[in-house]
Ligand binder design. Sequence first.
Ligand SMILES: [Zn+2]
Length: 226
Amino acid sequence: MIRHQDDESRLHSRQKVEAAAARLRDRFPLESGVMALSSHALEDYRRLIDHWCDTASPLATDVLSPESLYALLAIDAVVDQSGQLGCYPFSVLPTGIQVQLGDRSVHAMCAIDALAVSRVSGQASQIVAPCALCDTQLALGMHANGSLHEVMMYEAAVLWTDETQGSCGTNACCNTLCPSIRFVCRSCAEIESKKHESDIFTVPQAAVVANAFFGFQARLRGLEIG
Ligand SMILES: [Zn+2]
Protein backbone atom coordinates (compact mmCIF):
# COMPACT_ATOMS: atom_id res chain seq x y z
CA MET A 1 0.00 0.00 0.00
CA ILE A 2 2.78 2.38 0.96
CA ARG A 3 4.65 1.43 -2.18
CA HIS A 4 1.50 2.09 -4.20
CA GLN A 5 1.23 5.61 -2.73
CA ASP A 6 4.91 6.23 -3.45
CA ASP A 7 4.42 5.22 -7.07
CA GLU A 8 1.42 7.49 -7.35
CA SER A 9 3.18 10.49 -5.90
CA ARG A 10 6.20 9.88 -8.15
CA LEU A 11 3.90 9.72 -11.17
CA HIS A 12 2.12 12.89 -10.05
CA SER A 13 5.47 14.62 -9.59
CA ARG A 14 6.69 13.58 -13.02
CA GLN A 15 3.48 14.76 -14.67
CA LYS A 16 3.73 18.06 -12.81
CA VAL A 17 7.33 18.59 -13.98
CA GLU A 18 6.49 17.68 -17.59
CA ALA A 19 3.50 20.04 -17.55
CA ALA A 20 5.65 22.85 -16.13
CA ALA A 21 8.38 22.33 -18.74
CA ALA A 22 5.76 22.41 -21.50
CA ARG A 23 4.12 25.51 -20.01
CA LEU A 24 7.49 27.28 -19.86
CA ARG A 25 8.41 26.40 -23.46
CA ASP A 26 4.96 27.43 -24.61
CA ARG A 27 5.13 30.78 -22.86
CA PHE A 28 8.77 31.41 -23.78
CA PRO A 29 9.92 29.35 -26.81
CA LEU A 30 13.58 30.30 -26.34
CA GLU A 31 15.22 27.12 -27.62
CA SER A 32 13.19 26.91 -30.83
CA GLY A 33 13.75 30.62 -31.48
CA VAL A 34 17.51 30.31 -30.97
CA MET A 35 17.78 27.19 -33.13
CA ALA A 36 16.08 29.05 -36.00
CA LEU A 37 18.67 31.89 -35.93
CA SER A 38 21.15 32.45 -38.75
CA SER A 39 24.52 30.83 -38.09
CA HIS A 40 26.07 34.26 -37.49
CA ALA A 41 23.47 35.29 -34.88
CA LEU A 42 23.69 31.83 -33.27
CA GLU A 43 27.46 32.19 -32.97
CA ASP A 44 27.02 35.62 -31.35
CA TYR A 45 24.48 34.12 -28.94
CA ARG A 46 26.92 31.36 -27.99
CA ARG A 47 29.68 33.95 -27.51
CA LEU A 48 27.43 35.94 -25.21
CA ILE A 49 26.59 32.93 -23.03
CA ASP A 50 30.27 31.93 -22.94
CA HIS A 51 31.18 35.43 -21.81
CA TRP A 52 28.56 35.38 -19.05
CA CYS A 53 29.77 31.96 -17.86
CA ASP A 54 33.48 32.78 -18.04
CA THR A 55 33.44 36.30 -16.58
CA ALA A 56 30.10 36.53 -14.72
CA SER A 57 29.51 39.76 -16.60
CA PRO A 58 27.58 40.95 -19.68
CA LEU A 59 28.70 42.21 -23.06
CA ALA A 60 27.66 45.68 -24.18
CA THR A 61 24.91 45.88 -26.81
CA ASP A 62 27.28 47.50 -29.33
CA VAL A 63 29.62 44.48 -29.29
CA LEU A 64 27.20 42.56 -31.51
CA SER A 65 26.54 43.37 -35.14
CA PRO A 66 23.27 45.30 -35.63
CA GLU A 67 21.85 42.28 -37.50
CA SER A 68 22.61 39.84 -34.66
CA LEU A 69 21.37 42.26 -32.04
CA TYR A 70 18.09 42.77 -33.90
CA ALA A 71 17.59 39.03 -34.43
CA LEU A 72 18.31 38.19 -30.77
CA LEU A 73 16.11 41.00 -29.41
CA ALA A 74 13.28 39.96 -31.74
CA ILE A 75 13.01 36.52 -30.12
CA ASP A 76 13.67 37.89 -26.60
CA ALA A 77 16.87 35.81 -26.33
CA VAL A 78 18.68 38.91 -25.04
CA VAL A 79 17.49 41.99 -23.21
CA ASP A 80 18.99 45.46 -23.47
CA GLN A 81 19.49 46.36 -19.82
CA SER A 82 21.01 49.84 -19.65
CA GLY A 83 23.22 49.22 -22.69
CA GLN A 84 24.37 45.80 -21.48
CA LEU A 85 22.99 42.48 -22.68
CA GLY A 86 21.01 40.39 -20.25
CA CYS A 87 20.77 36.83 -21.57
CA TYR A 88 18.56 34.25 -19.85
CA PRO A 89 19.39 32.86 -17.30
CA PHE A 90 21.68 35.86 -16.60
CA SER A 91 20.42 39.33 -15.72
CA VAL A 92 22.43 42.55 -15.79
CA LEU A 93 20.08 44.16 -13.29
CA PRO A 94 19.64 42.88 -9.72
CA THR A 95 16.65 40.57 -9.28
CA GLY A 96 17.24 39.58 -5.67
CA ILE A 97 18.31 36.11 -6.85
CA GLN A 98 22.09 35.76 -6.82
CA VAL A 99 24.18 32.85 -7.99
CA GLN A 100 27.72 32.52 -6.70
CA LEU A 101 30.18 30.97 -9.16
CA GLY A 102 33.52 30.56 -7.41
CA ASP A 103 34.46 34.05 -6.20
CA ARG A 104 32.11 35.75 -8.65
CA SER A 105 28.40 36.37 -8.51
CA VAL A 106 25.66 36.81 -11.12
CA HIS A 107 22.01 37.81 -10.98
CA ALA A 108 19.53 35.23 -12.27
CA MET A 109 16.40 36.30 -14.13
CA CYS A 110 14.13 34.07 -11.99
CA ALA A 111 14.23 31.06 -9.65
CA ILE A 112 14.16 28.51 -12.49
CA ASP A 113 16.93 30.44 -14.28
CA ALA A 114 19.06 30.36 -11.12
CA LEU A 115 18.71 26.57 -11.01
CA ALA A 116 20.04 26.35 -14.59
CA VAL A 117 23.26 28.32 -14.06
CA SER A 118 25.38 25.32 -13.01
CA ARG A 119 24.28 23.21 -15.98
CA VAL A 120 24.84 26.07 -18.44
CA SER A 121 28.19 27.17 -17.02
CA GLY A 122 29.52 23.75 -16.04
CA GLN A 123 30.46 25.19 -12.64
CA ALA A 124 29.35 24.45 -9.10
CA SER A 125 27.19 27.24 -7.70
CA GLN A 126 25.51 28.55 -4.60
CA ILE A 127 22.12 30.24 -5.00
CA VAL A 128 21.16 32.92 -2.48
CA ALA A 129 17.73 34.54 -2.52
CA PRO A 130 15.12 35.84 -0.10
CA CYS A 131 11.74 34.15 0.30
CA ALA A 132 9.46 36.15 -2.01
CA LEU A 133 6.75 36.20 0.66
CA CYS A 134 8.49 36.66 4.03
CA ASP A 135 12.04 37.69 3.11
CA THR A 136 13.75 34.82 4.96
CA GLN A 137 17.18 34.34 3.40
CA LEU A 138 17.52 31.06 1.50
CA ALA A 139 20.57 29.28 0.12
CA LEU A 140 21.15 26.11 -1.85
CA GLY A 141 24.07 24.53 -3.60
CA MET A 142 24.44 22.85 -6.97
CA HIS A 143 27.11 20.66 -8.51
CA ALA A 144 28.84 21.51 -11.78
CA ASN A 145 26.63 19.04 -13.69
CA GLY A 146 23.46 20.84 -12.60
CA SER A 147 22.43 18.41 -9.86
CA LEU A 148 21.48 19.63 -6.40
CA HIS A 149 23.43 19.07 -3.21
CA GLU A 150 21.51 16.29 -1.52
CA VAL A 151 19.88 17.36 1.72
CA MET A 152 17.28 15.69 3.92
CA MET A 153 14.78 18.46 3.32
CA TYR A 154 15.11 21.58 1.21
CA GLU A 155 14.47 24.84 3.03
CA ALA A 156 13.32 26.44 -0.20
CA ALA A 157 10.65 25.77 -2.83
CA VAL A 158 9.67 27.53 -6.04
CA LEU A 159 6.41 29.47 -6.38
CA TRP A 160 5.16 30.01 -9.94
CA THR A 161 2.11 32.24 -9.90
CA ASP A 162 0.09 33.62 -12.81
CA GLU A 163 2.08 36.40 -14.33
CA THR A 164 0.88 39.94 -14.04
CA GLN A 165 1.49 42.42 -16.82
CA GLY A 166 4.87 43.99 -16.29
CA SER A 167 4.55 47.56 -15.12
CA CYS A 168 8.02 48.54 -16.25
CA GLY A 169 8.32 49.19 -19.96
CA THR A 170 8.64 46.16 -22.18
CA ASN A 171 6.89 42.85 -22.71
CA ALA A 172 10.23 41.04 -22.44
CA CYS A 173 10.01 37.80 -20.49
CA CYS A 174 12.17 39.25 -17.70
CA ASN A 175 9.47 41.89 -17.04
CA THR A 176 6.45 39.62 -17.30
CA LEU A 177 7.12 35.92 -16.69
CA CYS A 178 10.26 36.07 -14.55
CA PRO A 179 8.81 38.12 -11.67
CA SER A 180 6.19 35.37 -11.22
CA ILE A 181 8.77 32.59 -10.65
CA ARG A 182 10.41 33.06 -7.23
CA PHE A 183 11.91 31.14 -4.36
CA VAL A 184 9.87 30.83 -1.19
CA CYS A 185 10.76 29.35 2.20
CA ARG A 186 9.36 25.99 3.34
CA SER A 187 6.75 27.49 5.70
CA CYS A 188 5.43 29.90 3.06
CA ALA A 189 5.42 27.03 0.53
CA GLU A 190 3.26 24.92 2.87
CA ILE A 191 0.76 27.76 3.30
CA GLU A 192 0.67 28.50 -0.44
CA SER A 193 0.32 24.85 -1.44
CA LYS A 194 -2.88 24.63 0.64
CA LYS A 195 -4.30 27.46 -1.48
CA HIS A 196 -2.86 26.58 -4.90
CA GLU A 197 -1.05 23.25 -4.84
CA SER A 198 -0.21 23.52 -8.55
CA ASP A 199 1.77 26.75 -8.06
CA ILE A 200 4.37 25.19 -5.73
CA PHE A 201 7.33 23.16 -6.97
CA THR A 202 9.94 21.43 -4.87
CA VAL A 203 13.51 22.52 -5.60
CA PRO A 204 14.33 19.16 -7.27
CA GLN A 205 11.21 19.48 -9.49
CA ALA A 206 12.13 23.04 -10.48
CA ALA A 207 15.73 21.97 -11.17
CA VAL A 208 14.51 19.32 -13.63
CA VAL A 209 12.44 21.98 -15.43
CA ALA A 210 15.42 24.37 -15.42
CA ASN A 211 17.90 21.84 -16.81
CA ALA A 212 15.42 20.73 -19.48
CA PHE A 213 14.67 24.30 -20.54
CA PHE A 214 18.29 25.52 -20.62
CA GLY A 215 20.02 22.26 -21.55
CA PHE A 216 20.36 23.47 -25.16
CA GLN A 217 22.74 26.21 -23.97
CA ALA A 218 25.09 23.64 -22.44
CA ARG A 219 24.93 21.69 -25.71
CA LEU A 220 25.67 24.88 -27.68
CA ARG A 221 28.68 25.48 -25.47
CA GLY A 222 29.88 21.95 -26.13
CA LEU A 223 29.55 20.77 -22.53
CA GLU A 224 29.06 17.03 -22.43
CA ILE A 225 26.49 16.42 -19.75
CA GLY A 226 24.56 13.20 -19.44
ZN1 LIG B 1 8.68 32.66 3.57
